[in-house]
Write a protein that binds this ligand. Structure first.
Ligand code: 5RP
Length: 217
């Protein structure tokens, strides 16, 4: 089965977590796009959505799905998003699409974070996928030096500005033994907005699409 077919299968399976009448947080990326397309079929059943990026807001609106400002939302039963890497503990690397900060904020608000991936994303240890770090532009060189001192190899993502007006450093050659510790350590560097490790607030449910169907971890 192709990766896209697996992504579509998990996106469809995920609809069971979308409670009637509630607000749905919606992630960013190709897997999240399959979810948006599936959500369009049941849009009459939900109160509205909160988007984790401008691109996601645009796609939701193109389907006639109501998009709310997060500040207008008191409760969000579920957030659905993809990931770049995931472990069986449901720790994630996210931000390949550069939306990590808004994704982390929306995930923080949600009662339940359902992560949807194809099986190529499953790893024993995080770090083979370059870890995205969103950085205030002025602090780019300083943050890069600090990351190098921690053993990482940061690379400035060229021609890319986040929805928040910041830059991304993609940190290569990491072998992340203790994700919650490393997530905090990176976030302590002045100038870092946040990094793409989702381990202090991991996914609550991981749906993995494979040739054998959809597994739930
Ligand atoms: C965007 C993300 C995405 O969830 C992640 O990059 C996975 O993308 P895709 O579903 O296209 O494989 O974190 O910032």
């Amino acid at each position: 089965m192709s990766p896209d077919k697996k992504k579509k299968a998990v996106a469809e399976a995920c609809l069971e977590y979308v409670s009637q009448g509630g607000i749905v947080g919606v992630g960013t990326g190709s897997t999240a796009n399959f979810f948006i397309d599936a959500l369009a079929r049941i849009k009459g059943r939900i109160e509205g959505t909160v988007a984790s990026s401008e691109a996601t807001a645009k796609r939701l609106e193109s389907h006639g799905i109501h998009v709310l400002d997060l500040n207008a939302v008191d409760a969000m039963p579920v957030y659905v998003d993809g990931a770049d890497e995931a472990t069986r503990q449901r720790y994630l690397i996210k931000g390949g699409g550069g939306a990590l900060t808004r994704e982390k904020i929306v995930a923080a608000v949600a009662d339940k974070f359902v992560c949807i991936i194809d099986d190529s994303k499953m790893v024993d240890r995080l770090g083979a996928y370059p870890l995205p770090v969103e950085v205030i532009p002025l602090a780019r060189s300083y943050v890069a030096r600090r990351i190098r001192s921690l053993g990482g190899n940061p690379e400035w993502r060229k021609d890319f500005v986040t929805d928040n007006g910041n830059i991304i450093l993609d940190v290569k050659h990491l072998d992340i033994i203790n994700p919650p510790e490393f997530e905090s350590e990176l976030n302590q560097i002045t100038g870092v907005v946040t990094n793409g490790l989702f381990s202090r607030r991991p996914a609550d449910v991981l749906l993995v699409g494979s040739d054998g169907g959809v597994d739930r971890l």
